[in-house]
Ligand binder design. Structure first.
Ligand code: SAM
Length: 239
């Protein structure tokens, strides 16, 4: 499997991704603002508007990290389970939730590829900027389908490939040259940020990923590109 541009054994990828997020956890939120110029907040708002969480919905926010998506959904009255493989990211999230006095959240260490929940458990499954870090993506999608109730919705927010001519070049230069430097200067961690950029490049194109969602059993799948597909929202239904 790929770790950035390198090919490594699956267990090695899981281990390395773990250490990347343990290293970046404490600076994760400021770095997101810094590197996206605050845009990630707008993408996350847009994403949660698509999910349309309702009061009382039971939602699994997978790879939920420090809680950005979960908080937006809890504010609308949903009961959110924030699940992530990395305890350090979850610890930062719990602290942020406590500071905000947010209710209705539970935090759980889980590997997206192998969930401990029973079948047909949740009304919706969300995963934001998480799936590309997962070692066995198809297993994670199969698990998402399994834990959703019939009528449940799947939503994924992820970097993809922009189809806007010219914009792709600018983005290449920014992400490959500038982001790792920001990582070095601001977070003293060039390698982690190089991985994050490279992992975006190795992620399947929008339609290939949509096909994987369908393979997991989801129907009425949709992809909504943002900025020509720099970021994309994929969704589907379990029926
Ligand atoms: N969803 C959050 C957000 O949008 O800010 C966090 C995204 S962060 C870029 C990616 C997260 O995926 C990390 O917290 C990481 O620990 C988690 N992750 C990576 N592999 C995972 C796996 N196999 N199962 C669950 N979480 C995983």
């Amino acid at each position: 499997v790929s770790f950035g541009f390198e090919d490594v054994a699956p267990e090695e990828k899981t281990r390395r991704v773990g250490s990347v997020f343990s290293r970046v956890a404490s600076r994760y939120d400021v770095m997101n603002d810094f590197m996206s110029g605050g845009l990630h907040r707008h993408w996350k708002d847009m994403f949660v508007r698509r999910v349309r969480p309702r009061a009382g919905d039971s939602i699994l926010d997978m790879a939920g990290g420090t809680g950005d998506i979960a908080f937006r959904m809890a504010e609308r009255g949903a009961r959110v389970t924030v699940a992530d493989i990395n305890e350090d990211m979850l610890a930062v999230g719990k602290e942020r939730a406590a500071k905000r006095g947010l209710q209705g959240l539970s935090w759980l260490r889980q590997n997206a590829e192998e969930l401990s929940f029973g079948d047909a458990h949740f009304d919706a499954y969300t995963i934001a900027f998480g799936i590309r870090n997962v070692t066995r993506i198809q297993s994670a999608l199969d698990e998402a389908h399994r834990v959703l109730k019939v009528g449940g919705r799947f939503y994924c927010l992820e970097f993809s490939t922009t189809t806007w001519p010219g914009f792709d070049k600018i983005y290449d230069a920014y992400s490959l040259r500038i982001v790792p430097k920001i990582g070095r200067i601001v977070a003293q961690d060039e390698d982690s940020y190089r991985y994050l950029v490279e992992s975006i490049r190795r992620f399947p194109p929008m339609n290939a990923f949509k096909a994987m969602i369908e393979k997991a059993g989801f129907v009425q799948t949709k992809v909504e590109p943002i900025l020509g597909g720099l970021v994309a929202i994929h969704s589907g239904w379990k029926v």
